[in-house]
Design a protein. Sequence first.
Length: 135
Amino acid sequence: FYTVEDRTGDIRGFCVHRSAQVDVGAAEFVVLFARDQDYSAPIADEVADFLMVRAFVQQRLNKLMAQCLDWNRSYRSFLIRSGFESDGVQREVLYTQGSWHDLEAFSFFRSAYENRTSRDPEHAWRLVSHGAPMG
């Protein structure tokens, strides 16, 4: 579990990739920003890079999974921009504030990550050798 801070030290949110056991080869990917607009800001891309290096390079996981409720369009856009693909929607799984909400599942595989970083080796080297900075 990591705190996301900008360059001034202000806390912008939290992120984690969590797995019950690393040998399973998969982990849940979660990014929570205090401000909705941060999902479309450069700091969000840095957070995704940070978590993906840890998952795919350092821990050699095969898959990251994420979930998104239907009302959180900014988070959904962030996941897609980060390379996640939809695995489908579970209809009306959460009842809150007087209505039912859908839950969409996403996945991102190491092979897609490696394909993406092979097209930009300078970016991949910078992430692995220096870590993905935040802010």
